[in-house]
Design a binder for this molecule. Structure first.
Ligand SMILES: [Zn+2]
Ligand SMILES: [Zn+2]
Length: 148
């Protein structure tokens, strides 16, 4: 706790080493400015915190919408095992050259690839797999379900 008399002290006497301003107005403006910058900084921190959440929620909505568009076109279940939880499903290249394809289209994969598919009117040669079947086919060249 600070003594009560501190509140009545002028900031210019507390910091005598500070450069002198041309007149009282600019001196007051400088003090006000400093307060304003601090307030704005605090406000911005709150704003950023809020927006991270909003942005995250927006991104999630956008990705779900995109995925539903894809699934509505290519089918809503794994072509191998029939898994139908959309959280587990992904888009697979029938010819297994997903990486070359993604490189050729300039996409990094994930929802950017989904967006590319939607923008390009759902090209041929793609199918829906669950991540298990997709990974197994990519790494082992077959799926233990033995359906593909
Ligand atoms: Zn599957
Ligand atoms: Zn499978």
């Amino acid at each position: 706790m600070q003594p009560a008399q501190d509140n009545t002290q002028n900031t210019k006497f507390q910091q005598p080493t500070k450069p002198h301003y041309k007149n009282k107005n600019s001196e007051r403006a400088a003090v006000w400015n400093k307060k304003f910058i601090e307030k704005r900084r605090a406000r911005m921190a709150v704003w950023r915190g809020d927006n991270v959440e909003k942005n995250r929620a927006y991104q999630r909505k956008y990705k779900v919408k995109l995925k539903n568009l894809i699934l509505n076109h290519y089918g809503r279940e794994c072509a191998c095992c029939g898994e139908d939880h959309i959280e587990f499903l992904c888009l697979d290249h029938l010819d297994g050259n997903g990486n070359q394809h993604r490189k050729a289209t300039g996409n990094k994969g994930g929802h950017q690839f989904y967006q590319w598919v939607v923008n390009n009117n759902y090209p041929e040669g793609l199918r829906i797999l669950c991540h298990n079947c997709n990974q197994s086919l990519n790494i082992w060249g077959y799926c233990p379900h033995n359906k593909l």
